[in-house]
Design a protein around this ligand. Structure first.
Ligand SMILES: [Zn+2]
Length: 232
């Protein structure tokens, strides 16, 4: 499988995409998205694999993980064929649609808010080789603290792999002092889905502020596909 070809799904190896509606007028207005920017977010979140349902951010995250593991098969194929890499893998919250595959890794650990607050993790230093989360950072009041904690918990050769919604045509805006804006189900407005950071082209500055010095981007070769890979 060639991961650079967008139409091949890194999660399941399938092909074929469908665009689903994921944005609603209230969120677009709160975010201040113009039509081009709304189209970008819509593709990140709503362009889904016909076979496994993974959206573009989940597919990109899977592609980034396979890249880090130097594997070329799909995540589904990899995790159906033991032995799996014995990496100590921490998934924080549900990383898109990857959870059923990630949990097959022998040294897999799952933790979610509120039992685990990424800003203050009750975990030993250097206890994991991979930390994976997806569209979580923008929901932390202090994202730099969360990134600093991920760095502390990772082993020296460890890898942080994540997605965030990024609008590359603007700079990051913090929502402190603005009316609350929520992701997820617009009817529910769950407290953990409140948005604190709307990331833009300077998203990497939070990583630098948290002490990371090696920050790279993985994409599936299409605009709006972005996963961040940070190494210690
Ligand atoms: Zn798929």
């Amino acid at each position: 499988m060639e991961l650079g070809i967008t139409l091949v799904c890194p999660v399941c190896g399938g092909s074929g995409l469908v665009q689903r509606d994921v944005l609603w007028p209230g969120l677009i207005a709160e975010w201040g998205l113009n039509s081009e920017e709304a189209g970008r977010i819509s593709r990140q979140q709503g362009e889904c694999c016909l076979s496994c349902g993974s959206n573009l951010r989940s597919r990109t995250l899977a592609g980034g993980l396979l890249e880090c593991l130097n594997r070329r098969e799909s995540l589904q194929a990899l995790t159906q064929t033991p032995p799996l890499p014995a990496v100590r893998l921490l998934e924080i919250n549900q990383a898109g649609t990857l959870t059923p595959y990630l949990r097959r890794f022998p040294n897999y650990c799952f933790a979610a808010y509120p039992e685990l607050d990424m800003q203050h993790m009750d975990l030993p230093a250097e206890s994991f080789d991979f930390i994976i989360h997806s569209d979580t950072l923008e929901h932390l009041p202090d994202p730099v603290a969360g990134l600093r904690e991920c760095r502390r918990v990772l082993s020296p050769a460890g890898c942080l792999l994540l997605t965030i919604p990024v609008v590359p045509t603007r700079l990051t805006r913090r929502r402190q002092g603005l009316p609350p804006s929520y992701h997820g189900n617009p009817a529910e407005k769950p407290a953990d889905q409140i948005v604190w950071s709307e990331y833009g082209a300077d998203f990497y500055l939070d990583f630098i502020a948290a002490g990371w010095t090696k920050i790279s981007c993985f994409t599936l070769g299409t605009p709006d596909s972005l996963a961040v890979i940070a190494n210690k």
